[in-house]
Design a protein around this ligand. Structure first.
Ligand code: KIV
Ligand code: ZN
Length: 523
């Protein structure tokens, strides 16, 4: 049987990060990129360098550090974008890729760009040529490709391949495609563009999930000749998200009888770890029944199923949970574990942390170790996540006391420490009453920090097992200006976790406001 390698192009850090509330800072992006390298993806799309200094820096840092995968930077078909992408991926040397895109569909040509077909072809060719002047590895995407007239799409593919594109990615930008139709479109491109058949260039697909068909469309495309799939961990992305990496990879593997000879090089045992890391870093919680990586994906509740699985696993399980990395946790640490044991475990989990990072995490670890018997790998990942969120701590929680019950007016006393330019931090205390202890604590925080946030989203989940589990709270807060501000906090006490998450959002808001006013002060 002829083997055919399907390249996995991960865009968690670009299209995934573009989704509202998912933005990550440099350290979070670097942790995700390291994990993607362990997962052995073929390409990491690290960002859109021209968009902001932060995006540029993170693409550059990933290109500098990450070995193995190709590092791609996105660019519109305009010189300043292409130049920025080339500069950002430069440290990756020959493993750098510039990904240029331009819309080709009739609706985008007429209403968004106001350009005729021949002008679109000219700009696409120019963009590819400019990218080619920097790097050999150039990808072109006709945005809204699935809704582009097939004849024109073929013309664009031929033109950009002749200009030097080594990958042509067909995006289903608005998630409009249907599997049979998308498969035949890809089959037609494969048949009609000789360079796709000769292997001089490959077809990629990039599917969005507006109709819940992103994975199905991607799979139909690889059967029809696509050699690369673009996807994200947990399927995060704009609107309903992108095709989920774990679902595509495991469909190809589990149904290799159907996808004969089509393989990818993913280290599937790293899937669950990647999913959890991305969920934590992006603050986008994975639904329990999500295929492959949801908490319930391998949980059999019915007695008949449990009985069957005990007799022969394959009766009700089509995949071995260990194959995707479930059940790989090491023995938990306890409050007696020392700093060296903690540092070794964090390293084993794949985190790259400085001495001072470990020191700070150790302090929180001891705190938690005092409250719960075992500290699991998931607890540690949560602690690292909270630590590297890296929001300048204008305000830090010093003390929280609550009084509540079914016959008591919930009251909270909060003491916060304000990091000061002066040597001694300022300490401020206030109390609040509310509908419940969380409401009371958040009101007290508002009063001390002089902010007025409206809690728009609140989610609490147990990080590990047991009644003493660490609870992680994720919030989105409206401070009346701009986007919703995310915050995360963890503790064995859910009220404390809520206060920490809210304070994290307050700190994020304050530092963004400060950065904004500094920018405006500049001449
Ligand atoms: O969805 C889309 O069309 C994209 C392109 C930039 C590839 O993300
Ligand atoms: Zn997209």
């Amino acid at each position: 049987m002829k083997r055919h390698q399907i390249l996995v192009f991960d865009t968690t850090l670009r299209d995934g990060e573009q989704c509202p509330g998912a933005s990550m800072n440099l350290r979070e992006k670097l942790e995700v990129a390291r994990q993607l390298a362990r997962l052995q993806v073929d390409v990491i799309e690290a960002g859109f360098p021209v968009i902001s200094d932060g995006d540029f820096e993170s693409v550059q840092a990933i290109a500098k550090e990450i070995k193995g995968p190709v590092i791609a930077g996105l660019a519109r078909c305009v010189p300043k974008d292409i130049d920025a992408a080339a500069a950002a991926v430069k440290p990756a040397g020959k493993r750098g890729r510039i990904h240029v895109f331009l819309a080709t569909s009739k609706i985008h040509r007429e209403f968004k760009l106001g350009k005729p077909q021949d002008e679109i072809v000219r700009l696409a060719v120019e963009g590819v040529k400019r990218a080619k002047s920097y790097l050999d590895n150039v990808e072109f995407s006709p945005e809204d490709g699935s809704r582009t007239e097939p004849e024109f799409l073929i013309q664009v593919c031929k033109a950009v391949v002749a200009a030097g594109a080594t990958t042509v990615n067909i995006p289903d930008t608005v998630g409009w495609a249907l599997p049979e139709q998308f498969g035949s479109l890809i089959g037609r491109l494969y048949q009609e563009v000789p360079e796709f058949q000769s292997g001089q260039a490959i077809i990629s697909v990039h599917c969005h999930n507006d109709l819940g068909l992103a994975v199905a469309n991607s799979l139909a495309a690889v059967r029809a000749g696509a050699g690369q799939v673009e996807c994200t961990i947990n399927g995060i992305g704009e609107r309903a998200g992108n095709a989920s990496l774990e679902e595509i990879v495991m469909a190809l593997k589990t149904r290799s009888d159907y996808y004969e000879g089509l393989e990818c090089g993913i280290n599937t045992r790293e899937i669950v770890k990647s999913s959890r890391l991305v969920a934590r870093m992006s603050s986008l919680i994975v639904q329990r029944n999500k295929a492959i990586v949801g908490e319930n994906a391998f949980a059999h509740a019915s007695g008949i199923h449990q009985d069957g699985v005990l007799k022969k696993r394959e009766t009700y399980e089509i995949m071995n949970p260990e194959e995707v990395g479930w059940g790989q946790s090491e023995l938990p640490l306890t409050k007696h574990s020392g700093r060296a044991a903690l540092a070794a475990r964090l390293k084993h989990l794949g985190f790259k942390l400085s001495e001072s990072d470990v020191q700070a995490i150790f302090a929180r670890f001891k705190d938690i170790g005092d409250k719960k018997k075992f500290v699991y790998d998931d607890d540690l990942t949560t602690l690292v996540g909270s630590h590297i969120t890296e929001v300048p701590e204008t305000w830090a929680l010093d003390y929280l006391g609550v009084s509540c019950g079914n016959q008591t007016v919930p009251t909270a006393t909060v003491r916060l420490k304000r990091a000061a330019a002066k040597k001694t931090p300022e300490i401020m205390q206030d109390a609040g009453i509310g509908d419940g202890p969380v409401d009371a604590a958040l009101k007290a925080i508002d009063r001390i920090t002089n902010t007025q946030g409206r809690l728009m989203e609140y989610a609490l989940r147990a990080v590990s097992q047991g009644k003493d589990a660490l609870g992680e709270v994720t919030v989105k807060v409206n401070f009346g200006q701009g986007d919703l501000v995310p915050g995360k906090g963890a503790s064995t006490d859910v009220i404390e976790a809520s206060a920490r998450a809210y304070l994290n959002a307050v700190n994020r808001f304050l530092s963004a406001t400060q950065a904004q006013s500094q920018k405006m002060d500049q001449p």
